[in-house]
Design a protein around this ligand. Structure first.
Ligand SMILES: NC(=O)c1ccc[n+]([C@@H]2O[C@H](COP(=O)([O-])OP(=O)(O)OC[C@H]3O[C@@H](n4cnc5c(N)ncnc54)[C@H](O)[C@@H]3O)[C@@H](O)[C@H]2O)c1
Length: 254
């Protein structure tokens, strides 16, 4: 077991990649705090983890609110007594041209995707310091590196995560806290299904449009991202900090 007896907070874990990561880290021995703005999704993830023999609790929280980030940390300490791992996975998805992006859109995307991870990190630092270290994994995206048509707000927010990660890695290394980003390619999750619905795409269309842009002619699976997160969160990555792991089936290699 690669994260045995570790305590992991995973934000946005009521769905998609966050749920798959909760399930995998629980299988690998961690106790999971499932933090999501959607309590029904969070409770379902807890049910799935417990059904498989793992330990998890749900916290309803909007990561863009500092008080909610603190609530996540407090609930974790009350439930499990320590914090070893934070996965900043919750995200808003706003895909627009800059001409059409409103002030409200910018507040939302930067609030959830940039301020949210910052608030969560701030809330867990005291417990990680007390515990002698920790691992933080920030979920960015291949959208952090590339231009995509009509993706300005989302891609801007995801780029910010890459340097957020580097700066944090430098500041937190003296406390034995490692900080890395993981950049998924196009992964078949409920978020992608919403994009597909907006584009009137079937699964076949999606596999063709995005799958053929990578080397494997298919979409990625949430579990394939979860395995990358497990690596970065575990002691297997003990000398890995301040970097970005790209898990995209070769999408950005060509
Ligand atoms: N699916 C992809 O193709 C893809 C590609 C690259 C990066 N990513 C990134 O992976 C992560 C997970 O994406 P996903 O596809 O699993 O999405 P998803 O929509 O399936 O899950 C996101 C979860 O975040 C929660 N959430 C949203 N706003 C929140 C908030 N303010 N506070 C707390 N929880 C909130 C939602 O309720 C949902 O449960 C995101 O950071 C996303 O940007 C996804």
């Amino acid at each position: 077991m690669r994260v045995k007896d570790k305590v992991a907070i995973i934000t946005g874990s009521g769905s998609g990649i966050g749920r798959a990561t909760s399930q995998l880290l629980a299988e690998e021995g961690a106790k999971i705090v499932v933090a999501d703005i959607n309590p029904a999704g969070a409770n379902e993830t807890v049910r799935l983890v417990q059904e498989a023999g793992g330990e998890a609790v749900a916290v309803e929280a909007d990561v863009s609110k500092e008080a909610d980030a603190q609530k996540i940390a407090d609930t974790t300490l009350d439930s499990f007594g320590k914090i070893d791992i934070l996965v900043n996975n919750a995200a808003a998805f706003i895909f627009k041209r800059v001409e059409n992006t409103t002030e409200e859109d910018w507040d939302k995307i930067l609030g959830v995707n940039v301020k949210g991870p910052a608030f969560c990190v701030k809330a867990v630092i005291p417990a990680m310091k007390t515990g002698g270290g920790g691992a933080i994994v920030n979920i960015a995206s291949i959208s952090a590196f590339i231009a995509q048509p009509d993706y300005v707000p989302y891609n801007t927010s995801k780029s910010a995560i890459l340097n957020f990660t580097r700066c944090l890695a430098m500041d937190l290394a003296p406390f034995n806290i490692r900080v890395n980003s993981l950049c998924p390619g196009v992964i078949h999750t409920p978020a992608l299904e919403r994009v597909m619905a907006d584009m009137n795409f079937s699964l076949e269309d999606a596999n063709k449009h995005w799958g053929e842009a990578c080397f494997f002619n298919r979409l990625g699976k949430p579990s394939e991202i979860a395995h990358g997160i497990l690596f970065l969160a575990s002691d297997d990555a003990s000398f890995v900090t301040g970097t970005a792991l790209v898990v995209d089936g070769g999408y950005t290699a060509q």
